[in-house]
Design a protein around this ligand. Structure first.
Ligand code: SF4
Length: 451
């Protein structure tokens, strides 16, 4: 069990809010879960309109595996009050495995399993219940049977061209934690400093591996075989040495003063943030259609129109999960200055720290991209928190608004949500997004408060 890593300082105990069901479009039901449901009087727990039907259907997406039947947009076992009928009548262990797995997220790595939590969960957002570290025995058992396990045992890609060893990644993650928890700098500057640090490390690595346009006879990725990337052991120095060199120069030598000096020099643009977040929210909202599924051209046109209206600041801001639109003035009127040590500051810091712990940076093409997406998530959290406060008529972002914003971002925008399906369907949208993320002004723009 020593290879089981649990988050420190996080508590979780299910308070049965019924939200877990919203996390899954399809709840797969393997043989053991099916047998557990069949041993209870499950028909009494199903929606009355469906009691004559099987509780299982073939997956609409794959047509193969068995999934729970849905009725009027929810699982047939979900009660009117939103709670799970099986959990309510027979207890947590009787539920399908997928439902038991929520809100835990299992990530297998060369250093063992990291057990993370979803911040879409009400109990996690409130840090309610016993410490996760006290649930080691249960988690060790559930890890063996969990349906959704992320596998990060392969090579770690620092950038799309460079692989690094797991050991180097762990050192980098330590440094990113260190920068994130640095005192005396606003959160926005700490996140930009993380971006700068990854860029500096990548530059050091490129230089040490000879991946430079100034070198004659330099090795190129095609020399390294089918992967087309510089593997972890290429170049005259190892990636760990490059990381230690970066750490010495930008963290240890002057306590990070130079790193933050570079971060502060980076200038962003509120216009770029508006256009970019407008694009992302339009992506996501295009997935929630009523009636006939819109075609590719209609979807692209709608997204581009949305992008332009945000870029030009026309009309109001519409973020579908919040319901009503709100005015752009809200970004000026309602401050998002989380006071150090306040409950709001503690919650956002806990979420960001935990994102690193649960290995969110490894869930996309490269660590470089993963960290930039974190900046996008923070911008989205800010938009939704301010929107929520505006709609509730509150003068500032309080803990309730922030919890709702983090929940929405976990449910709708992270890489484990259905937003990724859109990039598979319309690759050109992914290319537009990629071009925007690569702009040097991207990081400071995501942290810009003047919109
Ligand atoms: S079985 Fe229960 S927890 Fe699982 S999706 Fe259905 S209602 Fe939700």
């Amino acid at each position: 069990m020593s290879d089981l890593h649990l988050p420190a300082g996080l508590n979780y105990g299910c308070i049965q809010c019924g939200l877990s069901c919203k996390m899954f479009n399809e709840v797969s039901v393997e043989q053991a879960s099916r047998a557990r449901i069949e041993e209870i009087d499950y028909r009494a727990l199903m929606h009355p309109d469906t009691r004559e039907l099987s509780f299982l259907v073939k997956s609409p997406s794959t047509g193969e595996k068995d999934v729970l039947r849905r009725h009027c947009g929810t699982c047939v076992f979900q009660r009117e009050d939103g709670l799970c009928g099986i959990h309510h009548a027979h207890g947590f262990p009787q539920k399908p495995q997928t439902c038991q797995d929520f809100p835990y997220r299992y990530a297998e790595t060369p250093a063992g399993a990291y057990i993370g939590l979803s911040f879409a969960c009400t109990a996690v957002l409130q840090n309610a219940g016993p410490a996760v570290s006290e649930q080691r025995d249960y988690l060790a058992q559930n890890r063996q049977r969990a349906n959704a396990v992320l596998n990060f045992r392969g090579a770690v890609r620092l950038t799309h061209r460079h692989e690094i060893s797991w050991e180097a990644y762990q050192l980098l993650e330590e440094d990113l934690h260190h920068i994130l928890n640095g005192v005396g700098e606003p959160l926005e500057q700490r996140l930009i400093a993380q971006t700068v640090y990854i860029d500096l490390y990548a530059a050091f690595l490129r230089e040490m591996r000879g991946d430079s346009i100034h070198r004659v006879n330099r090795p190129m990725p095609q020399d390294f075989g089918a992967s087309g990337r510089f593997p972890a052991d290429s170049g005259p120095a190892t990636d760990e040495k490059a990381l230690h060199a970066t750490r010495r120069k930008y963290i240890e030598r002057d306590g990070g003063a130079e790193l933050f000096r570079i971060a502060r020099k980076m200038k962003g643009s509120g216009g770029l943030q508006r256009a970019f977040i407008g694009l992302i929210t339009a992506f996501r909202q295009s997935l929630d259609y009523k009636g006939k599924r819109p075609g590719r051209i209609a979807t692209t046109t709608k997204i581009m129109r949305h992008y332009m209206t945000h870029a030009l600041k026309i009309g109001n801001v519409k973020l579908d999960p919040l319901g009503e639109p709100f005015d752009y003035e809200a970004f000026t009127r309602i401050p998002f200055d989380l006071q150090p040590g306040s409950p709001e500051d503690e919650l956002l810091q806990r979420f960001l720290d935990h994102s690193l712990f649960r290995k969110d940076l490894l869930a996309v093409e490269s660590v470089w991209l993963g960290q930039r997406l974190v900046l996008m998530y923070v911008a989205l959290i800010r938009w939704h928190a301010i929107g929520k406060a505006a709609l509730l008529g509150r003068p500032r972002v309080d803990i309730e608004c922030l919890r709702e914003a983090i929940r929405i971002v976990e449910l709708h925008y992270l890489t484990h949500t259905k937003i990724v399906t859109l990039f598979d369907k319309i690759p050109s949208l992914g290319m537009i997004l990629d071009a925007l993320v690569r702009k040097p002004a991207f990081a400071p723009s995501m942290m810009e408060k003047q919109l």
